[in-house]
Each structure stands twice: as C-alpha cells, then as structure tokens.
Write a protein that binds this ligand. Structure first.
Ligand SMILES: NC(=O)c1ccc[n+]([C@@H]2O[C@H](COP(=O)([O-])OP(=O)(O)OC[C@H]3O[C@@H](n4cnc5c(N)ncnc54)[C@H](OP(=O)(O)O)[C@@H]3O)[C@@H](O)[C@H]2O)c1
Length: 312
C-alpha cells in the first residue's frame, strides 16, 4: 500500500461502539441549499466517506439527499460511510434530545447515525427558534439545564441502537474535565477549531491519553486570507513537496493524529483536498514550529458559531 493511500484511508478507533472514524472528513456547513447537494456529491465522488452535519446548519435534508442518491446508485454502501450530526443549543433539555435526534435522522433519511455530538456546551432558550435573542440582540441562554444533564440524555441514545457513538464540540479542556469525570460513557470524539495557529496541544494530549479522537475544524483557517493558506512556512513546505497549501495543512492535521474536517465546494477542490499524502518528517516539524497563534471562531466563548447560516 502506498503512503498516499494511508492518509486518505486512515480511520481512528472510537472508545465506545464499534465504528471507526475516517480521519479525513467532509464538513457540510454550506449556506446555499443547492450548493450543499452538489458539494456533498463532489465530496463522495472524490472519495470522502466521513460527513459532518448539524441540525443548526439547516441543510441536513440536502446532505441526506446527496447521500441517499449515492447509496441508491450503489456507489457506496451505508457501512462505508460515517455520518455525524449535532444537537443544537436550543435542545439541551433532556426531554428534547431524543426528538432532536429523531428529527435529524429523519431529515438525513438514514436509519442510524455513526456519531452524535453536543454542538456547543451552551444551552439556549429551548424552542423552535435556533437563535433566540432578547430586545438588545443578545443570546438568551438557558440556566435550567447543565451540560451533564444533556450528556446523560445522549448516553441513553446509545441504548436505542440507532446512535453509534457520542461526543462533544466547541468545548475547552476546562469544561471537558468535569464532564469526563462524571460521564458514565466517556466522549468518543471532541470537535474543536484546530490548525497550526491553534494546535490545542493540551486538549489534544488529554484526548490522546483518554482515547478520545480530536476532530479539527478550520484546518485551512476557514480559507480566510491572509491566513494559514498564505503562511510562509506552509507555502515553502508546499513547494518543497509539490502539493498545494491546503493539502499540506490537511496532511499535517492527519499526520499529527487528529481527524479533520474540510469543506471544498467544487469537484476540483474536493479532489485536491482528498488527495493528501504524508509530509516528510522535517517538513512536518517545520509546521509544528510555527509560532503565530490565532483563534478564528469565538464559538467556545459564546455558543454562537461563526460562518453559520442565519435562520432560513
Ligand atoms: N463545531 C463547530 O462549531 C464548527 C464550526 C465551523 C465548522 N465546523 C465544521 O467544520 C467543517 C469545515 O469548515 P471549515 O470552514 O473549517 O473548512 P475549511 O476547509 O477549513 O475552510 C473552508 C474554506 O476554505 C476554502 N477552501 C477549501 N478548500 C480549499 C483549497 N483547496 N484551496 C483554497 N481554499 C480552499 C473554501 O473556499 P470555497 O468556499 O471558495 O470553496 C472555504 O472558504 C464545516 O463544514 C463544519 O462541518 C464546525
């Protein structure tokens, strides 16, 4: 097996359930609905088998449409793909968890999910409005439920047989520690922003020690320029290994042992972002030595992810 195949096909075992998560994942945070279907189809065609969805992206139906088309045409089978979705902040009350899970499954048109994440540790006012705000425009939080209450409801989902594994997203190590200690079933995956400007080393070390997969979003720095895609070290490594800056950043993320999410929209970029190969050790270490530090997404402080579609 060539090295190229290794990173593309790498799967990490999960600490509960039987599934393995493909290291290279396709993220579905795409504002435009027809573009969601097309981009998901392109991703499948390019070889992506891990799909990261969310109730809050308001496009589970469209992602499901593309997945079902591929499953129907027998291009892929359900066992080949790994599908995640996330519980939104307005559904943290335990009695709202199962209905939210069922609603996502129905929209995706699937029989089961491989992974279900709590999208953020912040509970918002429960209800149908995903973005509840007061008259000043400030988010209305819900103090009547704890993260552990919500986690316990996710633990129960595992008993139903339609949820393969559970985890968290947009959480800091400080918040993760008490949840981890109290949890009967430990999180299998933690999804956070991570890239060479935000390596999240402490959180990553904790996850490795506990067998939790760290799933990095914004590996390309959300494509913001100037930024990671134009970082001089990344550019120099790209020319050294004859790969694009995006391929270098994705390879670095998988090579260090994190799973990763990227959202190419065109067929060409989907092929580019899937076509990654290991970096030589010296190039890998050069990227490790980048000193710039930058967090792009304030979701861990507020529960409001950036780059998210407004209410449709
Ligand atoms: N848990 C959370 O709160 C959270 C927050 C954010 C994201 N996520 C997840 O993470 C996924 C990944 O999102 P991301 O923004 O982090 O993705 P990303 O792949 O780091 O960035 C996407 C941006 O990079 C550009 N891009 C993609 N491939 C490129 C390439 N080969 N060369 C140059 N530019 C390229 C895209 O441009 P074009 O649009 O022009 O193609 C887009 O602007 C999301 O879809 C979502 O599933 C989770």
């Amino acid at each position: 097996m060539s090295e190229v195949i290794d990173l593309q096909e790498m799967r990490f075992p999960l600490n509960h359930g039987t599934g393995k998560i493909p290291a290279l994942g396709f993220g579905t945070l795409i504002a435009d609905l027809p573009a969601t279907v097309a981009a998901t189809e392109n991703a499948i065609e390019a070889g992506f088998r891990h799909f990261d969805c969310a109730e809050r992206y308001l496009n589970e139906r469209e992602v499901g449409e593309a997945l079902r088309m591929a499953l129907g045409s027998r291009k892929i089978s359900r066992e080949d793909i790994f599908v995640t979705t996330k519980l939104w902040n307005t559904n943290h009350r335990p009695e709202r968890v199962q209905p939210a899970f069922d609603g996502s499954l129905k929209k995706l048109g699937l029989e089961y999910l491989d992974l279900y994440l709590i999208h953020t540790p912040f509970a918002f006012q429960p209800g149908d409005n995903p973005d509840p705000r007061d008259s000043n425009g400030d988010v209305i939080y819900d103090n009547g439920v704890t993260l552990l209450d919500t986690w316990r409801a996710l633990e129960q989902l595992l008993e139903g047989g339609r949820c393969g594994a559970i985890g968290l997203s947009d959480i800091t190590l400080k918040e993760l520690l008490p949840l981890y200690e109290a949890a009967a079933i430990k999180p299998a995956v933690v999804q956070v922003e991570s890239h060479p400007y935000l390596p999240e080393t402490e959180l990553f070390e904790f996850c490795k020690e506990k067998g939790i997969v760290l799933l990095a979003f914004a590996p390309l720095g959300h494509g913001i320029r100037p930024g990671l895609l134009e970082d001089p070290v990344v550019l120099s490594v790209a020319s050294q290994v004859a790969k694009t800056p995006a391929q270098v950043l994705l390879a670095w993320a998988v090579q260090r042992g994190t799973a990763v999410l990227t959202t190419p929209k065109s067929a060409e970029r989907a092929r580019e972002n899937f076509n990654i190969a290991p970096l030589p050790q010296d190039a890998f270490e050069e990227i490790n030595r980048i000193q710039t530090r930058q967090r792009l997404n304030r979701v861990v402080q507020t529960g409001v992810p950036g780059f998210i579609p407004s209410v449709r």
